[in-house]
Design a protein around this ligand. Structure first.
Ligand SMILES: NC(=O)c1ccc[n+]([C@@H]2O[C@H](COP(=O)([O-])OP(=O)(O)OC[C@H]3O[C@@H](n4cnc5c(N)ncnc54)[C@H](O)[C@@H]3O)[C@@H](O)[C@H]2O)c1
Length: 232
């Protein structure tokens, strides 16, 4: 019997208990910075050093962080389900937690790319500095989708959500588009579990099972609720 397709859309809330702060929980600031000053193409043009400092620091934070029970729990579900994680997170905690099928909508903190040719992407564990160049001679920048930039991975994510048998949303306020719009592609008749400390507003979704808990507790509960489902 083939496994059911379980699709997860995750956001910064799933990594909060690993010590990585979300920004919407702290008055619209991300670790003390205005998003417009560090996470937009305009910020990069105006003050690339500040942008690099910000992401170099984020990279150190992520290196120091460990996956939590929510990341591990979703990886464990791979035993019984065909799991795809679509994450808005730039950290690698899903992968380190054991998930093998992870699609990063907004880029990855451990990658950098040419500021001109988006296909020239490289691994990076340390800092990116002004003067660090890609093969095309262009400055390297974080491989991150900044606000106001297109989200190319959304095209890959849409059919994955369309084909889901079970849909799970964890730790996202569902306000950043186009990522938030993915929920509308989930078939109307499949179960949609939403796990969040504060359940986000979703007016048009049907078959919602809301689990208003921190991600670690919420995913543990989800696992017990799904145990029976994997057999049906
Ligand atoms: N870890 C990361 O990679 C990271 C961290 C911060 C921001 N970001 C970037 O910023 C964008 C949006 O960030 P955001 O912070 O608004 O995320 P978001 O829009 O995904 O909102 C955070 C959500 O998490 C919930 N939450 C907070 N703590 C939780 C917990 N312990 N358990 C369950 N839910 C919890 C909040 O109620 C909120 O709904 C992301 O798409 C990402 O690109 C990434």
């Amino acid at each position: 019997m083939s496994k059911k397709k379980l699709v997860v859309l995750s956001g910064a809330g799933i990594s909060a208990e690993s010590g990585l702060r979300t920004f919407r929980d702290s008055d619209g600031l991300w670790e003390g910075y205005n998003i417009e000053d560090v996470a937009t193409p305009r910020a990069w043009r105006k003050d690339p050093q500040l942008v690099l400092d910000f992401y170099n620091y984020r990279r150190k934070n992520v290196l120091d962080a460990q996956p939590n029970a929510a990341h591990y729990g979703l990886a464990e579900l791979q035993k019984d389900f065909d799991v795809t994680i679509i994450t808005q997170n730039i950290d690698d905690l899903h992968e380190r937690g054991g998930s093998t099928n992870v699609l990063h909508l907004h880029g990855e903190i451990f990658k950098m790319r040419s500021e001109r040719d988006h296909a020239l992407v490289y691994e990076i564990k340390g800092d990116i500095k002004i003067g660090d160049k890609a093969e095309d001679g262009q400055q390297l920048r974080p491989h991150i989708v900044w606000f106001e930039e297109p989200v190319p991975m959304i095209e890959e994510a849409i059919p994955v959500v369309r084909n889901a048998d079970i849909f799970v949303v964890v730790g996202t306020s569902l306000v950043v588009y186009p990522a938030a719009g993915l929920v509308n592609y989930a078939p109307w008749d499949i179960p949609k579990y939403i796990i969040d400390k504060r359940i986000p507003y979703t007016s048009e979704l049907t078959n919602i099972i809301a689990i208003e808990k921190p991600a670690t507790e919420g995913v543990t509960l989800l696992m017990s609720l799904l145990k029976e489902d994997s057999k049906s």
